[in-house]
Design a protein around this ligand. Structure first.
Ligand code: PFF
Length: 481
């Protein structure tokens, strides 16, 4: 009952973004992160270059963006944590028409009858549960990688990269990941900072951070993009990224590219749903999500355009560098340029900030759930979930050193978490959100919330009902066979 009232007031109990622009910054902060700069180039290298990039872009446009709109829609309409929002909307849609004969007026009338109350249990809330779990699982390894970034800020600032060659750069990276205590230190520090910001709440913590960080990161990336045009490997780098070798397209490459699109746009697990819950009813969901999707894709592509010319200039093998790719390549470029020490410090600092704005969105769904469901304080909820995530992160730390050979399905702990979340949980979450919005929620509710011109609505609705679910299902089936 109490939750009903909350939702009907049509404002989240956690507050609202101050403006549409702040939502765009926050959602871009969630989307742009290690995924774009660390994971996208690594995945592109591992999956054969141009073919992967092509499928990635197609996945963003035809599958991920339509689902992203649906996810923000569910959040803004429900105005609660993902579990409760899905539940609310599902109950709201399960009404049916009662036709009666009104004897007094002697005519037939129709009225709506609800099947259920808005907080009755429905199975759709499981999608919210899966999302919260995915967020915590992802954050547990994300924080370890963000820790590498923090350690690289110090290295860059103290001039370790000045004039560095490929061998030494690899050595610096290998020394770092071989030391579990060092990794634990950085992972713990990153989790502490994330939890600190989250504990201050959405407006206090998040808004201030994203306003400066996002524009800063864009500027420095564009600067680097201009620099790499002077490298001898520039053309080879571009060729590798943009000329697809069709022979390299396999079901697994397609699954990886689609998973990457979900990961990079932060969709399929409720992050954008909870951010949508804090979005004012006046803002256009389609407009803001489209801006975020383009900004995110731009950063990922730009990151590739920066990394691959360096890779080819220094004769690295793009397919075998693995998750260390950017940490081994970028220092060489920074080390060779004038002002590289300052620039590299700034770069890793901004990457760290990009990581923290994403980390916040990974943990927020679970935290908002704890607060609303168990009436815990924000601080208490943050401590509980933060500690659990921190502990899980130790598994990832060990998979880069002592536990590297402990494998299940030929994957170490980190690879297993990454594969399971990106290739299964996020696409599955997205698929269910598409089916939910496209088939379960009453179309009138969706129309009313999105307020789109008829032809745009029907185009999006078709993508959501037919293209996205069929594509995700087929890619799943093929990828696993
Ligand atoms: N999109 C983030 C990145 O590219 O680094 C990672 C991420 C954040 C994934 C939030 C999923 C999510 F819900």
């Amino acid at each position: 009952m109490e939750k009903n009232i909350k939702a009907n007031m049509r404002k989240s109990i956690h507050g609202e973004w101050s403006s549409k622009l702040i939502f765009i910054f926050a959602a871009t902060g969630s989307a742009v992160g290690l995924g774009n700069i660390w994971k996208f180039p690594w995945m592109t290298g591992e999956n054969g270059g141009g073919a992967f990039v092509l499928i990635y872009i197609v996945s963003v446009l035809l599958i991920a963006l339509p689902i992203m709109i649906a996810e923000v829609f569910i959040g803004r309409h429900g105005k609660q944590n993902p579990v409760a929002s899905l539940n609310y909307l599902s109950n709201e849609s399960s009404s049916f028409d009662i036709t009666e004969i009104d004897n007094r007026l002697n005519r037939v009338t129709t009225r709506k009858q609800k099947y259920s109350n808005s907080d009755d249990y429905t199975n759709w809330q499981l999608v919210g549960w899966m999302g919260m779990l995915a967020g915590v699982l992802i954050l547990s390894f994300y924080s370890v990688i963000a820790g590498w970034t923090m350690s690289y800020i110090i290295k860059a600032g103290s001039g370790v990269f000045t004039g560095i060659d490929l061998e030494s750069s690899k050595q610096v990276f290998n020394n770092l990941v071989a030391d579990p205590y060092l990794l634990l230190f950085w992972h713990s520090l990153f989790m502490l900072l994330t939890c600190y910001i989250v504990s201050m709440g959405v407006k206090g913590g998040l808004e201030k951070a994203v306003k400066i960080l996002i524009p800063g990161l864009f500027l420095i990336l564009i600067g680097l993009g201009i620099y790499v045009t002077t490298l001898p490997g520039f053309v080879d780098g571009l060729h590798y990224m943009f000329v697809p070798d069709m022979d390299k397209i396999t079901p697994d490459v397609i699954l990886s590219a689609m998973g990457m699109a979900f990961f990079s746009l932060s969709i399929g697990m409720g992050s954008l749903m909870i951010y949508g819950a804090y979005l004012s009813d006046k803002s256009s969901i389609t407009e803001v999500t489209t801006i975020v999707a383009f900004a995110d894709t731009f950063v990922a592509i730009l990151a590739g355009v920066i990394i691959f010319p360096i890779v080819f200039t220094y004769n690295l093998d793009p397919s075998s560098a693995g998750p260390g790719l950017i940490f081994q390549t970028l220092p060489i470029a920074f080390g060779a340029m004038t002002g590289g020490q300052l620039l590299s410090t700034l770069f890793f600092l901004l990457l760290f900030f990009a990581a923290i704005t994403s980390a916040i969105s990974l943990i927020e769904p679970a935290i908002s759930y704890m607060i609303e469901k168990y009436s815990k304080s924000r601080l208490e909820s943050t401590v509980i979930i933060g500690l659990f995530t921190w502990f899980l992160g130790i598994g990832t730390i060990l998979s880069f050193n002592y536990g590297a050979d402990i494998k299940f399905l030929n994957l170490n702990f980190f690879d297993l978490l990454d594969t399971f979340t990106s290739k299964i949980m996020l696409p599955l979450g997205g698929l269910l959100m598409a089916i939910f919005t496209g088939y379960i929620v009453k179309v009138a509710i969706v129309k009313n919330e999105l307020k789109l011109k008829d032809f745009i609505f029907s185009f999006w609705y078709k993508l959501l009902r037919y293209i996205a679910p069929v594509a995700v299902t087929l890619i799943f089936i093929n990828g696993f066979i």
